[in-house]
Structures are given as structure tokens and as C-alpha cells.
Write a protein that binds this ligand. Structure first.
Ligand code: G3H
Ligand code: 13P
Ligand code: NA
Ligand code: ZN
Length: 328
């Protein structure tokens, strides 16, 4: 059954668990996530980026969500727009059956500079008013995703802004967060604590110097009823990087967000944990392994079935670690 982000995260807050939000672009990702959810008896958040909507088409995605709901009737499913960049993106998502939207007003639409606070409040409040009128939930974002190692904030194309930012410019300020939520009425707030999108987050296992988990605690103290969202939360598992590299891949040494840090975040009030890279890496590694070890193989299903198994294994591990398992 389809549920809103508010319904799901309220339940998660009552029982003190977190929910991974997996990005989805195609059938194989959908099946892999749902199989793991069924095996774990876990509710799911399926999130769709603008890139995913361009890749798969809105009608295809909407029908696929219907199919997944029919196939897995006992699993609560929240369908969420990831990183909406304007009002139209959010409204067309809701029109296609999404139960939740992210209005990412932390970036201007052209995404060449971090947006100013007034722009972020105005556009997020507008989406909040419209989405709530029709019963959808809203996630906003305050702060600049990006690396405390390099000082580079992240533009929408994944490249850094011109010029390094300092710690206070990158991280979400707890007082500003409290004002932002009061002024916008969002259900969930994405915060910047030193994570970034993609595989290359940290050059060594992150410490408190580069991963500001303490900021989450401060924001949660001020906003006990607002659900905190962690973007850039892939852990970039070494074991999948090893498979990827053993079969012709080239991924340099890199560290993601350790699962145990996310679990600590969940204790501090994180409820939604965004994960895209980990499923991409597991799938690509599994596909590489088949391509490398079965050189005469050309049936796509022989590549994609191991890819689905690899993705499901990652999902299962996250449902179990975050305490989502057993809560469907
Ligand atoms: O926010 C980034 C997500 O990983 C989605 O990535 O825009 O390439 O689909 P994408
Ligand atoms: P990762 O690149 O760490 O998987 O983050 C995904 C994300 O934040 C999507 O919004
Ligand atoms: Na941001
Ligand atoms: Zn994100």
C-alpha cells in the first residue's frame, strides 16, 4: 500500500528506527529493493531523481510503482521525488502518484551557486502549501552538501562550486534549521553534515573532523517533530569495490559513510537515509563479474539476475542495520 513520508517517518520516530530511501530508475532496482523488503518485512521509500524520470519516463515509472504495489501488497511504499528543483517538478511528481516530494531549494535552479536563505524559504514554503493541500509530504534541504576534507560544496551536477567554503558555510546551522522549518512547514529536513553524493566522499575512514554527527543531535534537540534526512549516505562497501576492480573496473580508494555512523545518526533522530551509489556499485560489480567470467554470455538476464541479487543483499543489510526490518 502507498503511504506518505510523514506517515512512515512518524512511525519510524515512535519506534526509533531509520528508513533507507533507495533511488530507483528501472525494473531491476525495483524488484531487488522489494524482494529485500519482503524478506525483511520492512517498509520502503523508493525515490526517483529528475534524471530517473528522464531515463525511464514518468508513465513507465508510475505504472511500475503500481505493479510493485500489486506484487508486494503487504509492504508500505512511499514514492518520493528526490531533489526536486522547482515547483513544476514537484507537482508533476504528485500528479503521477508520488506521495512525497523533496524541494531542494538549497540550490538555485541553475545550480551554479548555493541558494540564499530567502529563496530557499520562499520556494519550499510554496511547495509545502501545495503538496499538503493534496496530502503529499515534503522534504526540504538547508545547508550545502559537500566535503569538509576539501571545502568544496556540491552543485547539482555533482561538481564543486568555485572556491572553497569553510565549515560553517557547509554545515547546517541548528538555529537556522529551526527557523527554516517554522517558515516552510516541511515534514522532513535534509541536513548537511559533511557527506556528499557519489562514490568519492572521503579519502580515509571519516572521523568527527569530517563527518559532523554532532550537528544532527543539536538539530534534533531543537526540532523533535521534524524528521531528519541524511543525503549522500552510501557506505561504498569495500567488498563490492574489490569485486568491481577484480573484473576490470577502476574505482580508486575511497570511503563512504560507515554504517555504524548512520546507526548513531538514527539514535540522534535521523529517519530517512538516502542511498543510490551502493546499489549502483553492487549491480555494476556483479555485471562486471559475469562479463569477465562468462565471456560467451549474451543473455541480459544472466547479467541482471546477479545484479538484482547483489542489490538485494545491500538492501537487506541496511534494513537490518537501521532497524527497519520487522516494521512493514
Ligand atoms: O542525488 C543524486 C542521486 O544519486 C540521483 O542521481 O541524478 O544521477 O539520478 P541521478
Ligand atoms: P549516495 O550517492 O551516497 O548514494 O547518495 C544518494 C542521495 O543522497 C540521493 O539523494
Ligand atoms: Na544543499
Ligand atoms: Zn541527495
Amino acid at each position: 500500500a502507498r503511504i506518505t513520508l510523514r506517515q512512515l517517518l512518524d512511525h519510524a520516530a515512535e519506534r526509533a528506527y531509520g528508513v533507507p530511501a533507495f533511488n530507483i530508475n528501472n525494473m531491476e532496482q525495483g524488484l531487488a529493493i522489494m524482494e529485500a523488503a519482503r524478506a525483511c518485512d520492512a517498509p520502503v521509500i523508493l525515490q526517483v531523481s529528475r534524471g530517473a524520470r528522464t531515463y525511464a519516463n514518468d508513465i513507465m515509472l508510475a505504472k511500475m510503482m503500481e505493479a510493485l504495489e500489486a506484487m508486494y501488497p503487504d509492504i508500505p511504499i512511499c514514492i518520493h521525488q528526490d531533489h526536486g528543483n522547482n515547483v513544476a517538478t514537484c507537482l508533476t511528481a504528485i500528479k503521477h502518484g508520488f506521495t512525497s516530494v523533496m524541494m531542494d531549494g538549497s540550490l538555485k535552479e541553475d545550480a551554479k551557486t548555493p541558494a540564499d536563505y530567502a529563496y530557499n524559504v520562499a520556494i519550499t514554503a510554496e511547495v509545502s502549501r501545495l503538496a499538503h493541500t493534496v496530502g503529499a509530504s515534503v522534504e526540504g534541504e538547508l545547508g550545502c552538501l559537500g566535503s569538509l576534507e576539501t571545502g568544496y560544496g556540491e552543485a547539482e551536477d555533482g561538481h564543486g562550486f568555485e572556491g572553497a567554503l569553510d565549515r560553517s558555510q557547509l554545515l547546517t546551522d541548528p538555529d537556522e534549521a529551526a527557523r527554516f522549518v517554522a517558515e516552510t512547514g516541511v515534514d522532513a529536513l535534509a541536513v548537511a553534515i559533511g557527506t556528499s553524493h557519489g562514490a568519492y566522499k572521503f579519502t580515509r575512514k571519516p572521523t568527527g573532523e569530517v563527518l559532523a554527527m554532532d550537528v544532527i543531535e543539536k538539530i534534533h534537540d531543537r526540532l523533535p517533530d521534524t524528521h531528519i534526512v541524511m543525503h549522500g549516505s552510501s557506505s561504498v562497501p569495500q567488498e563490492w569495490r574489490d569485486v568491481f576492480n577484480a573484473h576490470g573496473g577502476e574505482m580508486r580508494e575511497t570511503y563512504g559513510v560507515p554504517v555504524e555512523e548512520i546507526v548513531r545518526g538514527i539514535r540522534f533522530g535521523v529517519r530517512k537515509v538516502n542511498i543510490d551509489t551502493d546499489l549502483r556499485l553492487a549491480a555494476a560489480a556483479a555485471i562486471r563479474r559475469v562479463a569477465d567470467t562468462s565471456r560467451s554470455e549474451f543473455d541480459p538476464r544472466k547479467f541482471l539476475t546477479p545484479a538484482m541479487d547483489a542489490m538485494s543483499a545491500v538492501c537487506t543489510a541496511r534494513f537490518e542495520a537501521f532497524g527497519t526490518a520487522g516494521h512493514a
